[in-house]
Design a protein around this ligand. Structure first.
Ligand code: SF4
Ligand code: SF4
Length: 342
């Protein structure tokens, strides 16, 4: 992999060059303490110290709600051009964010190919940025604190420069478009990177053992923990909406008043919603909140491991940060393991 450095004094100019590759989206502040990915015009708007945004990057490629196609009787259907036209450059994706997208890539480009997701993703450039974890981050436990694929460029802060890893030919094009801003890696850069890597590793405060969790979950299928969490959960669905790897959606048609034209839409759905497992005839396969909570944990930490060899949780902490009931995934897993949290 090609590795170079970008002095911080050249950062703003580099961001200026990125405009020619698409509309730049990066973390900006929303309110006093929250961050969102949103369009930016220049580097001064970017919040480089953002730990996590409210919504993850999936919002760009798997839209909260979208028109899948417009239809008209006798004329067929048409996919909106917005799905395939727009180029964006996402700047400031953290390692867990990129792992989240890598997981969605596996799901949406697997047995059932999602052309909407893939069309948008193919038009996007991803520029990663290292971060310092807070109390809610446990990406070191999910082994998503470092990323090696899924980005075009990845920047790591090494003091007065960024160490830049070039992940794709598109990333190389971005560098070449501003070649004079970049430099070869020197010995002091390598030393600084290794020093920063240790500092970052030591800054994790939340750790949890996940390697043997699928087996423990099988043993604890009837655990009281699911009842307890079910009594606290409001079934609001927030945890799924903010999760970078939750990908359920429902499909519905909107018919125009003429009765012959309309549009097919889809919107994010959530397995914690009361009617998620409701079927024709009125039977609900997961009528109890405890069974819905259990299903979500089993899908992410058990079923996904069977299917893809890894859990679908990337340890971003968004579900805890946004849950109105304060349900903490690390607490739930710790209780399931009958361990005491340190
Ligand atoms: S955010 Fe919290 S309360 Fe809402 S569905 Fe998720 S776990 Fe339940
Ligand atoms: S389950 Fe929670 S911590 Fe894990 S990826 Fe989803 S939002 Fe992040």
């Amino acid at each position: 992999m090609k590795i170079i450095t970008l002095p911080k004094e050249n950062f703003a100019e580099f961001v200026g060059h990125l405009c020619s590759f698409g509309e730049i989206h990066a973390p900006i502040k929303r309110g006093d303490r929250s961050f969102v990915f949103a369009p930016v015009k220049d580097a001064s708007e970017i919040e480089l110290d953002c730990v996590r945004t409210i919504l993850p990057l999936k919002k760009y490629f798997f839209r909260p709600m979208e028109v899948m196609f417009n239809f008209c009787a006798g004329e067929g259907y048409e996919i909106p051009s917005e799905v395939t036209d727009k180029r964006i450059v996402v700047f400031g994706a953290h390692p867990c964010d990129i792992h989240g997208l890598n997981i969605l890539d596996m799901v949406f480009n697997g047995r059932y190919v999602d052309t909407y997701y893939l069309a948008r993703k193919s038009k996007a450039a991803i520029i990663g940025l290292d971060c310092i974890p807070d109390d809610l981050c446990f990406c070191r436990s999910t082994r998503t604190d470092f990323v090696d694929t899924g980005f075009d460029l990845f920047l790591s802060d090494i003091g007065d420069k960024y160490l830049v890893r070039v992940g794709t030919s598109l990333g190389d094009d971005m560098v070449r478009a501003a070649e004079s801003l970049f430099y070869e890696v020197q010995k002091e850069d390598r030393d600084a990177y290794k020093r920063k890597s240790i500092e970052r590793r030591e800054s994790f405060k939340t750790e949890i053992q996940l390697q043997d969790l699928p087996g423990i979950m099988d043993l604890e299928y009837e655990s009281q923990v699911w009842q307890d969490v079910g009594e606290t959960c409001l079934s609001c669905g927030t945890c799924s909406m903010v999760c970078p790897t939750c990908y359920c959606y429902s499909v519905f048609d909107e018919l125009d008043l003429d009765g012959s034209s309309g549009r097919r839409k889809r919107r994010w759905d959530c397995c914690l919603f009361k009617d998620y497992a409701l079927v024709a005839g009125g039977h609900n396969f997961r009528a109890k909140r405890s069974s819905r909570v259990k299903n979500r944990y089993f899908h992410k930490q058990r079923g996904f491991v069977s299917l893809y060899g890894r859990p679908s949780c990337v340890g971003c902490g968004r579900c805890k940060a946004q849950c109105p009931s304060g349900i903490d995934i690390v607490d739930v897993i710790t209780k399931l393991r009958s361990e005491t949290r340190v």
